[in-house]
Ligand binder design. Structure first.
Ligand code: ZN
Length: 320
C-alpha cells in the first residue's frame, strides 16, 4: 500500500451480481473484471463458491478466479460460506477468502442455518485447511448485520465485539464490519469501528457499507475517521435491495473513490477508466439500473487526483 492511502475492494461481481435476477454471461463478466483492473482496482471479490443449483449466477466462480489470477497486481478474492466452498476456492487459486458471518443469530440461522458460534467453528476449520493447502492465502471475515438486522432488529455492540474477537482467535487475518441491511448511522459506525480497532488492532478489517437509506458515504467517512483504510464498494451500486425499491445496494465505487481522491487520499483508481468499466458492466446487463452520483454529474472542471494528476479530459457531463 505504498502508493495508495485507502484500499477500495470492488465487490460488484459477487455482492452486486448475487442480487441481480438476470445472469450475466461469463465473457461479459471477464470483460468487466478486466476493465475494473485496468482502472486500477487491486482487489476484486469475484464470486461466491456455493453450489450452482443454489446460485446459478455464480456457476462460473472458478473460471473467474483463475482468470483474475492472471491480472498483474490484483488480489483475487472469493466469498466462501463454508469449508466446502473454501476447498473449491483454494483449488481455483484464490489469493484471499472472505467468510460471511452474521452477528445476528436470527440472520445467521436464516442465511446459513448455523448459529454464530457454529460459524466460529466453521472458520476454524477453514483456517486449518488454509494453513495446510495454501498458507499464503489471506482469510478475512465480514461480520454481516453488525449494525442492525432486518429480522431481529438491534444487534448489541458487545455481542459484535465478542464475536469479532472469537473469529480473530479462530484464525481470521482480518475481521471487518458489514452494514448488510443499510441500517447503520455514522455515529454508530465511528463507535463500533473504534471499539473493533481497540480490540483487534491490525486484525480490524474493512468497512462494507450499503447505501440503502442514503448514508453509505457518510458511514464510510465515519469509518475512515475511526482509522479504517479498507472499504468495500460495488460499481454502479449494483445489487439494489429487493425490499427497498429505488435504493442502491453497496455504496457505489465511483462515488466512494471520488470522495477519497477529492479529500487527498490516494486510491490508485482512475475515474475515467472506471467509467469504461461501467460501460462494460452495462453492456453485460443491458437495462439494469446502475446508481452513483459521480457518473451522472461527471468530474468537476478543476478536479485533481490526490497524487496531483489532472484528468485527461476535463469536463462535467451535467449542466445547471
Ligand atoms: Zn454488500
Amino acid at each position: 500500500m505504498n502508493d495508495i492511502d485507502v484500499l477500495i475492494s470492488e465487490v460488484g461481481p459477487r455482492d452486486g451480481l448475487q442480487n441481480v435476477a438476470r445472469r450475466m454471461a461469463t465473457p461479459a463478466k471477464l470483460a468487466w473484471i478486466d476493465a475494473l483492473h485496468a482502472a486500477g482496482l487491486r482487489e476484486i471479490e469475484l464470486a461466491s463458491f456455493v453450489p450452482a443449483r443454489l446460485l446459478p449466477q455464480m456457476a462460473d466462480a472458478a473460471e473467474l478466479v483463475s482468470h483474475a489470477c492472471t491480472l498483474p497486481g490484483l488480489t483475487a478474492m472469493a466469498l466462501v460460506p463454508n469449508l466446502r466452498g473454501a476447498e473449491a476456492a483454494l483449488a481455483a487459486g484464490a489469493h484471499k477468502l472472505t467468510v460471511p458471518v452474521s452477528a445476528s443469530p436470527a440472520h445467521s440461522l436464516a442465511n446459513v442455518r448455523k448459529s454464530p458460534a457454529q460459524m466460529v467453528d466453521e472458520l476454524r476449520s477453514i483456517a486449518a485447511l488454509r494453513r495446510e493447502r495454501a498458507p499464503q492465502t489471506r482469510l478475512e471475515v465480514g461480520l454481516s448485520t453488525a449494525f442492525g438486522c432486518s429480522l431481529q432488529g438491534a444487534v448489541p455492540e458487545d455481542e459484535v465485539l465478542v464475536l469479532a474477537e472469537a473469529l480473530a482467535e479462530a484464525g481470521a487475518d482480518e475481521v471487518g464490519l458489514s452494514d448488510t441491511t443499510g441500517m447503520a448511522n455514522p455515529a454508530q459506525v465511528r463507535r463500533l469501528f473504534t471499539r473493533l480497532r481497540a480490540a483487534l488492532g491490525e486484525r480490524a478489517g474493512a468497512a462494507h457499507m450499503h447505501n440503502t437509506r442514503g448514508l453509505g458515504l457518510a458511514n464510510c467517512l465515519a469509518a475512515f475517521e475511526a482509522g479504517v483504510r479498507s472499504f468495500d464498494a460495488s460499481q454502479g451500486g449494483l445489487g439494489g435491495c429487493p425490499f427497498a425499491p429505488g435504493a442502491s445496494g453497496n455504496v457505489a465505487t465511483e462515488d466512494l473513490i471520488f470522495m477519497f481522491e477529492a479529500m487527498g487520499q490516494r486510491t490508485g483508481v482512475d475515474l475515467e477508466a472506471l467509467q469504461a468499466a461501467r460501460a462494460a458492466l452495462q453492456a453485460g446487463l443491458p437495462g439494469e439500473p446502475l446508481y452513483g452520483m459521480l457518473p451522472a454529474a461527471g468530474l468537476p472542471r478543476d478536479f485533481v487526483y490526490a497524487n496531483g494528476r489532472r484528468p485527461a479530459v476535463a469536463a462535467g457531463a451535467a449542466h445547471g
